[in-house]
Design a protein around this ligand. Structure first.
Ligand code: ADP
Ligand code: MG
Ligand code: MG
Length: 252
């Protein structure tokens, strides 16, 4: 039984159907990639798997770690071991990154139980592992963050919470070398520490060059239209998504 099993998932926002019968199965410790043109529904899939209330599940289910989580709150899914990276962290002037991480870990087994001093030590260790300047931890949350600094927050959360499955939704815009390095180091550390599964949503294939990819899924207009091994990434790099467009019936 896979760790994550998305079955026939149909979901809408504001009465408009976005996902149309999506299936996705991810085994423990595996790395999957979801690719597809802009507007295909990739980010929506991530949000629906995480339980974002902006979307309505019309049909289908999300089963995680042997449990049907389709109706659970995002917070309960997070505690069950699901993680979704957030593209744009909120800006909270006056709240340092370290306090935000403390709040994110609160109430969890393990890291949430650490006393203040131990917790700060743990966070500093992780920052060190990511090759980050510890001064970053005192920065005000989100305020004036560069692309690379947003990624650092994402990776710190990932390493701190050690989810069983992390969905990383990359921005469409190219990551700079700094951001790319942060993500690569973060993913490596996450895999080493937690042997966690990954679902990487991207159409930037550069991030995949350093990764062992188990499975690639192609999404077009709310449907999964192709699936294959890592060689699919190179095919998409060379020929784009047009080759799959025909496989996707137009939205009714
Ligand atoms: P992708 O990540 O593949 O670029 P998205 O999942 O962001 O695609 O969006 C898929 C489609 O669903 C787009 O047409 C987008 O405008 C629409 N959509 C996504 N989220 C919402 C929402 N909360 N409300 C209304 N429409 C949405
Ligand atoms: Mg988009
Ligand atoms: Mg997106």
């Amino acid at each position: 039984q896979p760790l994550l099993s998305v079955q026939n998932l149909t979901a809408s926002a504001d009465g408009t159907t976005i996902l149309r019968g999506v299936d996705l199965a991810v085994g423990a410790g595996e790395t999957h990639v979801v690719m597809g043109p802009n507007g295909a529904g990739k980010s929506t899939l991530g949000h629906v798997v995480m339980g974002d209330a902006a979307y309505d599940v019309e049909e289908g289910s999300v089963v995680f770690d042997g449990r049907d989580v389709t109706d659970l709150s995002p917070d309960k899914r997070s505690r069950a071991g699901l993680f979704l990276s957030f593209q744009a962290p909120v800006e909270i002037p006056g709240v340092p990154v370290s306090s935000f991480l403390r709040a994110a870990a609160a109430g969890r087994a393990g890291v949430g139980e650490l006393k203040g001093k131990q917790f700060r030590k743990r966070v500093r260790e992780l920052a060190d592992e990511l090759d980050m300047d510890p001064a970053y931890l005192d920065r005000e949350l989100g305020v004036g963050f560069s692309g690379g600094e947003k990624k650092k927050l994402e990776m710190l959360q990932l390493l701190l919470l050690e989810p069983k499955l992390a969905i990383l939704d990359e921005t469409d815009s190219g990551l700079d070398v700094d951001a790319l390095g942060v993500v690569s180091r973060g993913i490596d550390a996450y895999r080493r520490a937690a042997d966690g599964a990954l679902v990487i949503i991207t159409h930037n294939t550069r991030i995949l060059e350093h990764l062992h990819v188990d499975r690639v899924h192609v999404m077009v207009r709310g449907r999964m239209v192709a699936e294959g091994d890592a060689s699919l990434v190179a095919r998409i790099d060379e020929h784009g998504f047009e080759q799959f467009e025909q496989a996707a019936p137009d939205a009714a």
